[in-house]
Design a protein around this ligand. Structure first.
Ligand code: B12
Length: 231
């Protein structure tokens, strides 16, 4: 069947999700927005739409980019389609009425323009009751430190998607140590090429493999920090 013959609203859930993976792959923004709204209307939780339709679809894009089947212009279209779906979900994820849990400053490191994962972490943290200040992409150590001093958050989150930019996280942490401010903040790091060992080696408090783990880890570490302060 040709694409134009497909009526998204007539597909059962499982086929619609597969179709959304295809549409994300093809960078079809309008279709992704429509599919996102249909799943929500059918009673899907925003989190399930995000993980099963959007993040799972982006995984396929990522695999084919890695294998040289897709190239930057195509992946940019997919990323834009993903972002338009995320824009619909964002207010819904933030609407949980959770009590204020703490504050986070988050940003992608210098030299790196990937922001989808960072945006997702920011969204999920907001949904879990954290106040989030998003510094965007390509952040220098000075930008991070300025934001820490101005905002006094509980958590600093850094994202890097390139093996060439992930060492910059250590530059930021080392500078925090030099200035005697490392212990004032919980530092969380994430991004596809990182792992726990790397997180430990650069002196972060934790590496988080995805946004759900980031939320759980943040809650635990903030609770621990508050207990220490009140002890
Ligand atoms: C989309 C994408 C792009 C888009 C980015 C659009 C955008 N606005 O973000 C575009 C097309 C612009 C792009 C460009 C490039 N890309 Co690119 N990109 C990707 C791709 C396909 C998907 C990334 C993504 O969005 N994933 C979906 C999100 C949801 O997952 P995530 O980012 O991993 O985030 C989750 C976790 O990691 C974690 N997390 C992330 N950040 C943080 C932060 C904190 C604090 C915490 C706690 C957790 C956390 O939680 C997130 C949510 O669950 C990846 C492939 C991959 N497998 O990752 C390549 C990939 C990262 N890119 C790659 C490359 C090489 C490039 C380019 C250099 C290509 C080029 N030749 O120009 C440029 C780099 C430009 C630059 N200077 O940054 C390589 C990196 C290889 C390497 N080892 O370094 C990858 C791995 C593809 C590959 N296998 O070749 N890219």
């Amino acid at each position: 069947m040709a694409d134009e013959d497909i009526i998204l609203s007539e597909l059962p859930d499982d086929e619609l999700v597969l179709q959304m993976h295809d549409d994300l792959y093809d960078g079809l923004k309008d279709e992704i927005e429509e599919g996102t709204r249909i799943l929500l209307d059918r009673g899907w939780t925003p989190y399930d739409v995000l993980t099963q339709a959007l993040v799972a679809g982006m995984k396929i894009v990522g695999d084919d980019f890695r294998d040289g089947i897709l190239f930057v212009p195509e992946v940019l279209l997919s990323a834009n389609a993903m972002k338009s779906g995320m824009t619909i979900l964002k207010p819904l994820l933030a609407e949980t009425g959770a009590p204020r849990m703490g504050k986070m400053v988050i940003g992608t490191v210098k030299g790196d323009i990937h922001d989808i994962g960072k945006n997702l972490v920011a969204m999920m943290m907001e949904g879990a009751g954290f106040e989030v200040l998003d510094l965007g992409i390509n952040n220098s150590v000075e930008k991070y430190l300025e934001a820490l001093e101005a905002e006094q958050p509980d958590i600093l989150g850094m994202s890097a998607l390139l093996t060439t930019t992930m060492p910059y996280m250590k530059v930021v942490i080392d500078t925090m140590k030099e200035k005697g401010m490392r212990e004032d903040y919980i530092v969380l790091v994430g991004g596809a090429p990182l792992n726990e060992e790397f997180g430990r080696a650069i002196g972060a408090d934790a590496y988080c493999r995805d946004a759900a783990v980031a939320v759980e880890t943040a809650k635990q570490l903030v609770a621990r920090k508050h207990n220490q302060l009140s002890a």
